[in-house]
Structures are given as structure tokens and as C-alpha cells.
Design a protein around this ligand. Structure first.
Ligand code: SER
Length: 707
């Protein structure tokens, strides 16, 4: 029997032989796309190429992308584990053409791989095409030997693929397999017509070939992309199911080992069907958690972290149904790393860290559950009927993590019922809330620009210069009386990467504008300012950064790099940057670490940083390819996707980081570094706040005064 690992490899090799370059999966936790909760399709990492923002470095690619669909457009978490084929985490195999081959080869090769390499029975395979896509229909008929009666037309719902509310999209053709009438779960429904896309369990979609050619706009209109692309996606789990001839994805080797381990740990054998829900939920969720945490995800109370927390809690809750009242999920990480670590080495590299995070979160949750039991008893004490209300069941679920089935079991023990309809209604309301919460897109101000030049882009000169002569490309008057100005050249650093923007002046003989903020949008630097005197014109201006202010920021930025390196020396290599703020008067640095950093450790860290300050080392900044940067040992942000050419800032012999910020010339300019506080920022994330230079001196003076 072919294993899941072999099937993945065969897919990759098949397309490599057809001239495709293998591209590793991108992180499942995207850090550079605010429109996306998790990587949910193979195409995410190629979005820039489709939209023509960047040129693809290859014409053809093949990959196996780590995807999470849990909440949002493509999946419903509560369903996972109840059937045989929904998952939170899955691998999407894909072959890609970037303006190269199109429909014909995509269709021919998919057919060849399925029927000749994997020898799936042709008489069981079906193809669907979009209503408008006669070309694809003809290609299926003439270029493959599929039974022509197995090709059918469908509307947008089934055969038009969109990444999200906006973005690249296009018609698609899907390949489905008939698993047999015995898998139809709607035989008793007189209205059910058992065919492809009729929403029963008999036909399973195996592979989706998308012909990407449009971009969906916010107003729902479609504009054509510059090039045409092929984006295909085949779920590895489903492929394994049919190739390994199983009746459920969970019976494939991708899950079976994990399920065996669950049975071992819990001493509860796995049973197919409804009695196996708990095992399936746990097996699915532990894969998701391991991959997400390996890529920098972290259970928390908001955004992606909240989704991960819900997933972990759902698994732990089902664990209670298997009598697991103590942390146990973390032990399953070993088997996940062992099974998938060969292709995804990060699982092995980060195994200890993954276990630590999962265990800590399980412990936290167990505490919550015990509180939930108290809440349950309180609800029962106050009950005036024999039914626990939907709202109470929901509160137990949402705040205390009690699944309704657990509440039901507890209720039955006390001869009580629960109002499931009421609970469902509350769940609906919560989904509505979640939907609006996941819509966390950047809201760019609707600015009415007045253009003075044809070009909008700004050249940034601020790494070497603090002032420059320049012209105004365009400007706009803001509602609050301020003015937004895009310059052709600027020394002003725009807020990014945690570093605040520069401030300063824009002036010429007749006009003076105070610049109070700078934001970057694509390649435009939008300077927000107040007119002190004069008016906007096409004349030449001087843009000048406030040097003192910039120097304070640079002190804190360079000190942040020193702090990062010192933390890794003292606490360990698991320390990863999770966020930072580099302001004029202080710095804040968030990083992964479970326990509080104790006083002794803080002192050592502070000493290490101050030693580097005293050494007065000259910093270097160089541009290099991302590969060279990584092989030189430069620290990159976990899971972040970088451009091909990156800037590497080094304190030679001590720290090396990918960074776009403005820094000191010499560490000695920091003067003095002092930690203000150490605290928890979220589960598994600590926060340090510190000051440098004059601010550090003043802080010490203040302390002395207080003493
Ligand atoms: N983008 C398509 C999908 O996710 C094909 O890869 O189904």
C-alpha cells in the first residue's frame, strides 16, 4: 500500500518531470496578509504573482501546502470529526502555471496522474465544469478518455473558485470519485437525486483545477488579470483515502497512527461511526495544533490565536469524554512529528516547544473546566424547571469550554434536559459575531488626492540621509484639518515593523509644514502634516527629519536587537520575536517563553546588553538574497514571508537580523540600557519594556529619588 508520504512525493515527482519547480509550503500562519486568518489554499503564497504585483520567478511550480480551514469562508469547526472527510488541517497538493500552460495540460496531466500512475478506476471518475466553460468541457471530451456522460456543468457555487471576498479567482473544473451508493447518506430523502455535487457522501471531490483569470473587487465586480494561471488543489487526505482504498480519511495512515496512539493513551478503542467522534476530533485537531504552533501560531484570546484555542479546547473536551482529566494531547505531538517530520522538518525541530505550548494550554483549560463544573452546579441550583436553557448551555460552552454533549451527560445524571434548539440559536449568533470579527481587513482612508505629478511612488533615502530636496507628487486635505502629502523622495521612515514614524519638517522659502506621522501604502510614503505657513505647490521643498527624535528611535531599535540576542543567549533558542514597539521614549519586546523571566535572568540580560553597548561596535546593514541571509544565520521573524532581497542589520559578532528599520551607527550611542518591566502578554508570550539613553538615565535618577 502506498503511504501518505509516498503519495505526496509521487505527486511532486510527477510534476517535476513535467518541468515544474518544487516550492516548499509557506507558513500555515500567514503574517503578511491581513485579509487571511490562516493559509487556506495552495495559492495564498502565490497571490502576488496572480495579481501582477510581483513577477513569478518560475513558470511552473508544484507544492504541498499546509492549510487550515477552521471557521471563515471554507469550514465549520463543529462538523470536524463527525464525518469521515472534513478537517481543520489538511495538505493541498497543487501544480501551478504562471502564464505558461493552461486548461489543456492541466486537465490532461490530472487525468494521467489519477488513472495511469495511481490507476484509479476511470468508470468511477466524474468531471464538473463551469456553466460558461465549453472549452474545458471539450478538452475533457477530446483529450482524455473519461466517459463523456460523466462530465457535467455547474454554476458559480460549485465551479467558480474564489480565495476570499476579494482577490484572484476564476472558473474551475473538479474531479470527483463515486465511492458507491452505499455511502449515500440521503437514500431516505425522496427529493435527493444522487449525482455529483448533490451534497451527499457518495461522490467525493478529489481535485480542483482552477483557471485563474479575474480579480474580484470589493464592489463584487471582476477585472481580468494580466496573465492567465493554473491553480490546482488536491486534498492529500482524500487522495490517500481512495488510493489506499479506505472508507474514511481517518482510516488512512495520515491519521491511523495518531488514532492508535489516542486509543493507547486513553485505553478507549477506536470505533468507526458515531462512536468514534472523540478519537477523530482529537486526531484531526492535534495535527492542526502541531503544524500551527510549529509555524508560530499560539493559542490566545483573539484572531487566529482564538481559533487555535478553540481547537485545542475542543480536542481537550472530547478528551474528557475519553476520561482524560489531565493534560494528554501534548503527548500526541511525538507521533505527528515522527509521521510528518520527514517532509515538514519544522515539526521535529520545534517538537519540544510544541509540546510545551500544548501542555501549558491544556493545564490552563483544565482549570477552566473545573470552574465550569462549579458554574454548572450553580445553574442547576437556580433551575426552576427540568431544562437547562439554551443560553446557559451556550455560556458553559463558550466561557467554560463545555461541549453541549458534556453538559447533556451531566444534566442526565441529575435527570435534567438541555434546550439544544436554544443553544443552536446562540451558536448562530456567535458565528455571526465571529464572521464580523474575522473581517479584519486594513481600512485605507478614502483619500481625495490632488495630483501634482504623474508618478505616485516615493523613493526612500532615509537609511543614509536625514534630509533631501524633493517635490510633492500629490496631496489631500484630511477631514481633521491635517494634510496628507506623498513626496517623490523622502528621508522620513514610515511606521512599520514596530518602529514609529519619523517626524520633522517639509519646507521652502514660502512654506513650512510640520510632519507628524508617516504611513506607507505600497510604494507611496504618505506624510501627515500641519501647515505652519504658506501653501502646497509644485515648487521644490526640503524634507528634514528631526534628528534628535530619530536618534532616540534608533537607540531603542538597536537596543531591541541586542535584547533579542541576549534573551536567546540566556533563555534559549526557543525565544522568538512575537511583536515589538520601537518608540522615542521606550521599547517593548514580546517573545515566546513560557515562564516569567526571573530577576536574576533579567539582570544577566541587562548586563549582556550593556556590555555590547560599552564595546561600541559599528553596525552594518547590507542587502542580500533571502537564502544568503538565512544561511548567514540572520534571525528572521517566525513565519514571515520576505521579499527575495532583504536587508540584514548586524552588530558584528553579536546579532544579525532581517530588518527594515533605521539604526544607530554604533552600539555605544545607546549610552545605557535599563529594563523597566517583565510581564505576561498572552499565554506563552512574555513582554519586556526597556529604556535607553537619556530616558534610562532619568529612570535611574527617579528610582534614586524614590529610595
Ligand atoms: N485554489 C483552489 C482550491 O483551494 C485550487 O487549488 O480549491
Amino acid at each position: 500500500m502506498l503511504t501518505g508520504n509516498e503519495i505526496r512525493q509521487q505527486f511532486i515527482d510527477f510534476f517535476k518531470e513535467k518541468g515544474h519547480i518544487f516550492v516548499p509550503s509557506s507558513s500555515v500562519v500567514p503574517t503578511d496578509d491581513p485579509t487571511l486568518l490562516f493559509t487556506n489554499a495552495g495559492m495564498n503564497q502565490f497571490k502576488q504573482y496572480f495579481l501582477g504585483i510581483q513577477d513569478a520567478p518560475y513558470k511552473r511550480a508544484v507544492n504541498s501546502q499546509k492549510c487550515i480551514r477552521a471557521g471563515g469562508k471554507h469550514n465549520d469547526l463543529e462538523e470536524v470529526g463527525k464525518d469521515s472527510y472534513h478537517h481543520t488541517f489538511f495538505e493541498m497538493l497543487g501544480n501551478w502555471s504562471f502564464g505558461d500552460y493552461y486548461k489543456e495540460d492541466a486537465i490532461k496531466w490530472a487525468w494521467e496522474l489519477l488513472t495511469e500512475v495511481w490507476k484509479l478506476p476511470k468508470d468511477k471518475l466524474y468531471a464538473t465544469v463551469h456553466d460558461s466553460d465549453y472549452e474545458a468541457y471539450e478538452l475533457w471530451k477530446t483529450k482524455t478518455d473519461i466517459n463523456p456522460e460523466h462530465i457535467s456543468f455547474h454554476g458559480d457555487v460549485d465551479n467558480f473558485w474564489e480565495m476570499g471576498e476579494t482577490g484572484p479567482c476564476g472558473p474551475c473544473t473538479e474531479i470527483h470519485i463515486d465511492t458507491g451508493i452505499e455511502y449515500c447518506d440521503k437514500v431516505d430523502d425522496p427529493n435527493h437525486n444522487c449525482v455529483v455535487n448533490s451534497d451527499c457522501h457518495r461522490y467525493i471531490e478529489l481535485w480542483n483545477l482552477v483557471f485563474m483569470q479575474f480579480e474580484r473587487q470589493e464592489d463584487r465586480s471582476l477585472i481580468p488579470l494580466k496573465n492567465k494561471f493554473v491553480d490546482t488543489g488536491a486534498g492529500l487526505e482524500r487522495l490517500c483515502r481512495v488510493i489506499q482504498n479506505k472508507t474514511s480519511n481517518y482510516d488512512t495512515d495520515l491519521f491511523a497512527n495518531i488514532i492508535d496512539a489516542i486509543a493507547d493513551i486513553t485505553q478507549e478503542p477506536y470505533l468507526a461511526g458515531d462512536d468514534g467522534v472523540a478519537h477523530r476530533v482529537i486526531a484531526d485537531h492535534i495535527r492542526c495544533l502541531c503544524f500551527a504552533i510549529a509555524d508560530g501560531g499560539m493559542p490566545s484570546n483573539e484572531g487566529r490565536g482564538y481559533v487555535l484555542r478553540r481547537i485545542l479546547r475542543r480536542a481537550a473536551r472530547y478528551g474528557r469524554l475519553l476520561n482524560q482529566n489531565q493534560p494528554f494531547l501534548y503527548q500526541l505531538s511525538d507521533i505527528v512529528a515522527e509521521h510528518f517530520g520527514k517532509h515538514f522538518s519544522e515539526l521535529k525541530e520545534k517538537l519540544a516547544y510544541i509540546k510545551m505550548i500544548i501542555k501549558a494550554e491544556e493545564e490552563r483549560f483544565n482549570l477552566t473546566l473545573d470552574n465550569g463544573l462549579n458554574k454548572f452546579n450553580e445553574i442547576v441550583d437556580k433551575l426552576k424547571s427540568d431544562t437547562i436553557s439554551g443560553l446557559d448551555v451556550f455560556i458553559l460552552y463558550d466561557t467554560y469550554g463545555f461541549p453541549p454533549d458534556l453538559t447533556q451527560i451531566l444534566a442526565e445524571e441529575k435527570q435534567l434536559k438541555i434546550d439544544m434548539d436554544g443553544f443552536d440559536k446562540e451558536m448562530e449568533k456567535q458565528k455571526e459575531r465571529a464572521r464580523s470579527a474575522s473581517n479584519f481587513k486594513l481600512k485605507l482612508e478614502d483619500i481625495n488626492w490632488i495630483h501634482l505629478k504623474e508618478k505616485d511612488e516615493t523613493v526612500f533615502l532615509g537609511y543614509d540621509q536625514s534630509s533631501t530636496e524633493c517635490f510633492i507628487n500629490k496631496y489631500a486635505l484630511n477631514e481633521n484639518g491635517k494634510i496628507s502629502i506623498v513626496l517623490d523622495k523622502t528621508p522620513f521612515y514610515a511606521e512599520s515593523g514596530g518602529q514609529v514614524a519619523d517626524t520633522g519638517r517639509l519646507f521652502n522659502d514660502s512654506t513650512e509644514i510640520r510632519i507628524i506621522d508617516v504611513q506607507k501604502h505600497n510604494n507611496e510614503y504618505i506624510h501627515v502634516g500641519e501647515i505652519v505657513k504658506g501653501e502646497i505647490s509644485k515648487d521644490k521643498f526640503t524634507a528634514m527629519v528631526e534628528d534628535e527624535y530619530r536618534l532616540s528611535i534608533a537607540r531603542n531599535h538597536t537596543a531591541t536587537h541586542l535584547l533579542h540576542a541576549a534573551l536567546r543567549q540566556v533563555l534559549g533558542e526557543h525565544v522568538q520575536q512575537k511583536g515589538s514597539l520601537v518608540a522615542t521614549n521606550y521599547l517593548r519586546f514580546d517573545f515566546t517563553h513560557i515562564n516569567a523571566v526571573n530577576q536574576k535572568e533579567l539582570e544577566i540580560i541587562e548586563d549582556i546588553v550593556n556590555n555590547e553597548v560599552k564595546k561600541a561596535t559599528n553596525l552594518t546593514a547590507e542587502l542580500m538574497s533571502i537564502d544568503d541571509a538565512k544561511s548567514s544565520g540572520a534571525m528572521a521573524l517566525f513565519g514571515e514571508k520576505y521579499a527575495d532581497e532583504v536587508r540584514v542589520v548586524s552588530v558584528p559578532g553579536f546579532s544579525k537580523e532581517l530588518c527594515g528599520g533605521t539604526h544607530l551607527e554604533n552600539t555605544g550611542q545607546i549610552g545605557f540600557f535599563k529594563i523597566l518591566s517583565e510581564s505576561s502578554s498572552a499565554a506563552g508570550i512574555r513582554r519586556i519594556e526597556a529604556v535607553t539613553g537619556t530616558n534610562a538615565e532619568q529612570y535611574v535618577k527617579q528610582l534614586k529619588k524614590e529610595i
